[in-house]
Design a protein around this ligand. Structure first.
Ligand code: UDX
Ligand code: UDX
Length: 448
C-alpha cells in the first residue's frame, strides 16, 4: 500500500521507517526543510537506536522517501497518518492542536482522491470529529474518513515497540476506513498481534488513559520509595514483591527522580483538562501530576542534604540529562528543574549525557558540558546519577573517586549497591532503600 506520514518526528519517523520495512511504500512529509534535507542525506534529526539503519536501508530500496510536498505525496495514497506534535499549550496545559488542524486543512486541499486519514498523534477526545469536519468542509469530490490509531512507542525502544506491539488499536465507526487501516497492519509479523476495534473516541481516550495509568504506577512506587526510607524497607524488593502479582506486573515499578518526556507530563495534564471540560475531576491523575512535580524539586533538596545542607560554591557532577536512557530527548526532563535548583542554591554544575548534550545546551546554560562521566566528576564535591544509561551502570568507581574532591555519590536511579560504592571510598546516597538512606539513618539514629 502507499502510505503518507505527516510529521517526521519521534513518532512519525519511526512509524514511516517501520511501515516501509514491513513492505509498504511510504512518503514521510515534514514542513521543516532542514529536517527533510538531513533525512535525504541519511542523517537522523533525532537519536533513536536502530533508526538510522532502518531509514537508510528502506530509502535504498525506494520504499521510503522524504518530501515537503504534501500534494505530490498524497497522489495514489491509501492512507495518510498525522504524526505532528501536540505539545501542551503554555497558557493552560491543553494539548495544542493547531498543527494537527493545519495538516487536516492541507490534506483536504491537496488530496487527489478518496483517503483514510489516521491520527497517530496523541490527540484529545473528539479531535477525530474536528479533523473530519475540517476535511469535509473543503467540499472536495472525495471520500474522507478519520481513524484514531494511537501510538504506544517508548523512546529508546520505539522500533521494537512498533514492530512487536502488545496491541493495535483502530478507532473508527466507518467500515471502509476500518478495512483500510486493518489492511495497513495485515503484514507478516503482525499475525499474532491483537487488533482492538473501538469507537474513535474510545481509541483517543484509551491512549491518554494508558499513559496516565503508567504515570500513576511510576508515581505510586516513587511514593512507596519515600515510605521505604522512613520505615527501613528496600523499594527494589517491595517493587519485585508486588510486581510478581500478575495483576500488577513488574514493569514500570523502577523508582527514580520523577517521570519526564514528551508524553506522560503532557498527556496527564491533557486528560485532566479534558475531564474538567466535561465537569469530571480525575483526582488520582491530578495528584499524580502534583506528586511528580514535587518530586523533581525534592531531588535537588536531597542533593543539598547530602552536601551537608549547603551547595554554595560547590561543584556537582550530573550524569545524565535526557529524560531517560537511550534517547536525546530533553522534553520535561527531571534534569532541567534539578540543575536549575542546584544553580539557584549556588552550586557549579558539570554535566555529561551520551546523546542529549546538544539538546540540553538549548535549555540549560552556565554549566560545564563534559565529554564523559570522569571529566564531569573532576573536582566535584558530589556526583549525581540522574539517567539510567548503560555506561553509568558500569562506571569504574575507583577511577571516578580519584577525580572527585568530595566523597558523595547520589544515585537517583538505584544503579548501584552500598557495598560496591563504599568500597570505592564514596559515601552513598540513593532512593527508597534503608541501608543507604541518610533520612532513614538520621531519623533512626535520632530515635536512639
Ligand atoms: C509525537 C506525537 O505527535 C505526539 O502526539 C505524542 O504525544 C509524542 O510523539 P513527536 O513525534 O514527539 O510527537 O513530535 P515532534 O518530534 O515534535 O515531531 C513533530 C514533527 O512534525 C516535527 O518534525 C515537525 O517539523 C513536524 N510538523 C509539525 C509538520 O510537518 N507540520 C506541522 O504543521 C507541524
Ligand atoms: C511513554 C509510554 O511508555 C509510551 O507507551 C507512550 O507511547 C509514550 O510515552 P516514553 O515517554 O518514551 O513512553 O518513555 P517511558 O519509558 O514510558 O518513560 C517515561 C518516563 O517515566 C521517563 O522519565 C522514565 O525515566 C520514567 N520511568 C519509566 C520511571 O521513572 N520508572 C519506570 O519504571 C519507567
Amino acid at each position: 500500500m502507499k502510505i503518507v506520514v505527516i510529521g517526521s518526528g519521534y513518532v512519525g519517523l519511526v512509524a514511516g521507517a517501520c511501515f516501509a520495512a514491513l513492505g509498504h511504500n511510504v512518503v514521510c512529509v515534514d514542513n521543516n526543510s532542514a529536517k527533510i534535507r538531513a533525512l535525504r542525506d541519511g542523517a537522523m534529526p533525532i537519536y533513536e537506536p536502530g533508526l538510522d539503519v532502518l531509514v537508510v536501508e528502506n530509502v535504498e530500496v525506494a520504499r521510503l522517501e522524504f518530501t515537503e510536498d504534501l500534494r505530490e505525496a498524497l497522489i495514489g495514497a491509501d492512507a495518510a497518518f498525522i504524526a505532528v506534535g501536540t505539545p501542551p499549550r503554555p497558557t493552560d496545559g491543553h494539548a495544542d492542536m493547531k498543527y494537527v488542524y493545519a495538516v487536516a486543512r492541507d490534506i483536504a486541499e491537496q488530496a487527489s482522491g478518496d483517503l483514510v486519514v489516521v491520527n497517530k498523534s496523541t490527540v484529545p477526545v473528539g479531535t477525530g470529529d474536528e479533523v473530519e469536519r475540517l476535511l469535509q468542509a473543503a467540499n472536495r469530490p472525495f471520500r474522507f474518513s478519520v481513524v484514531s490509531n494511537p501510538e504506544f512507542l517508548r523512546e529508546g525502544v520505539a522500533i521494537d515497540d512498533f514492530m512487536t506491539p502488545d496491541r493495535i488499536v483502530i478507532g473508527s465507526e466507518d467500515d471502509w476506513a476500518k478495512d483500510v487501516v486493518s489492511a495497513v497492519y495485515n503484514l507478516p509479523g503482525f499475525e499474532n498481534t491483537p487488533i482492538l476495534h473501538t469507537s474513535r473516541r474510545s481509541a483517543e481516550l484509551l491512549k491518554y488513559a494508558a499513559n496516565a495509568f503508567l504515570a500513576m504506577k511510576i508515581t505510586f512506587i516513587n511514593e512507596i520509595a519515600d515510605l521505604c526510607e522512613a520505615v527501613g524497607g528496600d523499594v527494589r524488593d517491595v517493587a519485585r514483591g508486588i510486581g510478581m502479582d500478575s495483576r500488577i506486573g513488574i514493569k514500570f515499578l523502577n523508582t527514580g527522580p520523577g517521570y519526564g518526556g514528551s508524553c506522560f507530563p503532557k498527556d496527564t495534564l491533557a486528560i485532566s483538562k479534558t475531564a474538567r471540560d466535561y465537569r469530571i475531576q480525575l483526582r488520582t491523575i491530578e495528584t499524580v501530576i502534583q506528586v511528580n512535580e514535587n518530586r523533581k524539586r525534592a531531588m535537588a533538596l536531597r542533593i543539598v542534604d547530602a552536601c551537608g545542607g549547603n551547595v554554595r560554591g560547590k561543584t556537582i557532577a550530573v550524569l545524565g540529562l535526557a529524560f531517560k536512557a537511550d534517547t536525546d530527548d530533553m522534553r520535561d526532563s527531571p534534569s532541567i528543574p534539578l540543575i536549575q535548583a542546584l544553580q539557584d542554591f549556588g552550586a557549579h554544575v558539570r554535566a555529561y549525557d551520551p546523546e542529549a548534550m546538544e539538546n540540553s545546551k538549548k535549555l540549560l546554560t552556565d554549566l560545564d558540558y563534559c565529554s564523559d562521566a570522569y571529566e564531569a566528576a573532576d573536582k566535584a564535591h558530589a556526583v549525581v546519577i540522574l539517567t539510567e544509561w548503560n555506561e553509568f551502570k558500569n562506571l569504574n568507581l575507583k577511577q571516578l573517586r580519584a577525580r572527585t574532591s568530595g566523597r558523595l555519590l547520589v544515585d537517583l536511579r538505584n544503579l548501584y549497591t552500598e557495598d560496591e560504592v563504599t568500597a570505592a571510598d564514596f559515601d552513598y546516597w540513593c532512593i527508597g532503600r534503608s541501608a543507604a538512606n541518610r533520612p532513614f539513618k538520621k531519623q533512626y539514629l535520632a530515635a536512639e
